[in-house]
Every structure is written in structure tokens, then in C-alpha cells.
Ligand binder design. Structure first.
Ligand code: NDP
Length: 234
């Protein structure tokens, strides 16, 4: 059954792959975009996920155009890597605002509609770093680990309403975020991955596709790692 889906941070990278995956299976898909031009062929709304009012307005636009949001994917994310000793409060807060608070802003306007419909799928994009930690990423890891506690608590609150809340934790994935790393660091990180390669955005999108589909109604509060084996055992 086609559903209305909103991918926050859906204009490039993993988010765009998720949007295309959901559109290919027949969902009515909206993406949020912030700086770039919106991607072709998808309904796009402009918002910065750190701005609660803008996200609420974007959700209202999606509802007016495509119907109430039934599938929400919070994918928007940033890094602001620094050794902790050199990290300012602003450096620490920036990923928390986008990665964690952005999830609050995205879910708040759509949850009551899902509860009324007694059906909903929420996926939050975390990272293996939430589980393992990473040098220079105290801020990012805190934001991504926070998403797990958030998802599990919300999953408990809304399970009786037919709504699932899950987390996807990708490992290194071939997008702009990883391209921004120095080549030497990238190679040394890849050496730690059992599969010795990065994920493709499509492989992460397929995991989101499962967790937002009709067949995953009994899967909630889980963390699905898509990481080539790097986070095994967490
Ligand atoms: P990219 O940097 O390629 O894309 C990030 C996306 O988030 C863009 O669409 C960007 O929009 C959006 N975004 C960032 N800040 C905001 C904001 N304040 N408001 C709205 N949108 C925003 O990243 P990836 O595709 O690699 O990552 C996607 C998600 O997956 C992120 O949450 C990331 O943390 C996570 N992840 C990525 C991994 C990787 O190896 N690539 C590994 C593990 C997790 P804009 O174009 O406007 O900047």
C-alpha cells in the first residue's frame, strides 16, 4: 500500500537514496532540502531541521500536497570533528542541534496524525560511532547515541498505536560526508572494516526500506547496523 513519506535531509547522499528507494516502491515521497536545489522528480520542501517552526511548516506543506506523513525518516546530520580538548561549546552543540534535536522537530508535527491513523513508521539515522565511539567525535557520537535512547523510549510510548520507531546505524558510506575525510584517514578506517569497503547509499536505503515497510510491523526499538561487520557484537 503506497504511503506518504518525508525524508528530512533528503536532497543528497544517503537521504536521497532513501527517498528514491521509497519512491521506487510506490510511496508518495517528499524530501527536505536546505541549501541545494531540490532533487529532480521528488516533492521538496525547504527547511533547516534546527528550526522547529520551519520543520512544522514543511510538514504542513507535505500534508497539503501528499497527505499526512505516515513514514518519517530523520536523516539530516552533520559532523563537527575536533579533539575534545579543542572543542568549543558551539562545536559540541552543533551536531546535537541537527542530529538529535532535529529528530524532535521532525517527529513532533507528525506523531499525532500517525497515532490517529494507528499506523506509522519512524526511522532515525544514527551511526556505528554511537556504539563504538570515535576519536574527535564526542559531539557526533553523543548525538547519534542519543537517537537510540530517544527511539527506544518513543517506541515504547507508541507501540500500542501501531507505530514503530527504529534506528539505522550505518558504517562508512560513500557520500560527501566521507569524501570530506583526508584520504589517509579514510584508508586506515577502511582497514578496520571486515568487508574492506564502504557501504553504498543504496545499501543503507534498503535497510530503511525494510523498517518503513508493511512487513516490519513487529520490529520496533531496534538498531539495524549496516556497517560491513565493523560494529558486530554491539
Ligand atoms: P551528507 O553530508 O552527504 O548529507 C547530509 C544531509 O543532511 C544533506 O541532505 C544535508 O542537507 C542534510 N542536513 C545537514 N544539516 C541539516 C540541517 N540543519 N537541516 C536540514 N538538513 C540538513 O551525509 P550522508 O548522506 O553521508 O549522511 C546522512 C546521514 O547518515 C547523516 O545523519 C549521517 O550522520 C549518517 N551517517 C553517515 C555515514 C557516512 O559514512 N556517510 C555513516 C554513519 C551515519 P544540505 O545539502 O542542505 O547540507
Amino acid at each position: 500500500m503506497p504511503r506518504t513519506a518525508l525524508v528530512l535531509g533528503g536532497n543528497r547522499g544517503i537521504g536521497l537514496a532513501v527517498a528514491r528507494h521509497l519512491a521506487a516502491r510506490g510511496d508518495r515521497v517528499a524530501v527536505s532540502h536546505r541549501t541545494d536545489e531540490p532533487p529532480a522528480g521528488l516533492f521538496a520542501v525547504r527547511c533547516d531541521v534546527t528550526d522547529a517552526g520551519a520543520v512544522t511548516e514543511a510538514c504542513a506543506q507535505v500534508k497539503a500536497e501528499l497527505g499526512p506523513v505516515e513514514v518519517l525518516v530523520h536523516n539530516a546530520g552533520i559532523t563537527r570533528d575536533r579533539p575534545f580538548a579543542a572543542m568549543t561549546a558551539e562545536d559540541f552543540e552543533a551536531p546535537l542541534h541537527t542530529n538529535l534535536l532535529g529528530a524532535y522537530h521532525g517527529i513532533k508535527p507528525v506523531l499525532r496524525g500517525m497515532m490517529r491513523a494507528r499506523w506509522g513508521r519512524i526511522v532515525l539515522m544514527s551511526s556505528t560511532v554511537a556504539l563504538s565511539g570515535a576519536v574527535g567525535q564526542t559531539n557526533y557520537a553523543a548525538s547519534k547515541a542519543g537517537l537510540i535512547g530517544f527511539a527506544r523510549s518513543l517506541a515504547l510510548e507508541v507501540a500500542g498505536h501501531g507505530i514503530t520507531v527504529n534506528v539505522v546505524a550505518p558504517g562508512y558510506t560513500d557520500t560527501d560526508m566521507v569524501a570530506a575525510m583526508p584520504e589517509e584517514k579514510r584508508q586506515s578506517l577502511l582497514a578496520t572494516v571486515p568487508m574492506r569497503r564502504m557501504a553504498t547509499p543504496g545499501e543503507v536505503a534498503a535497510a530503511v526500506g525494510y523498517l518503513t515497510g508493511e512487513d516490519s510491523g513487529y520490529v520496533t526499538g531496534t538498531v539495524l547496523q549496516v556497517d560491513g561487520g565493523v560494529g558486530m557484537g554491539h
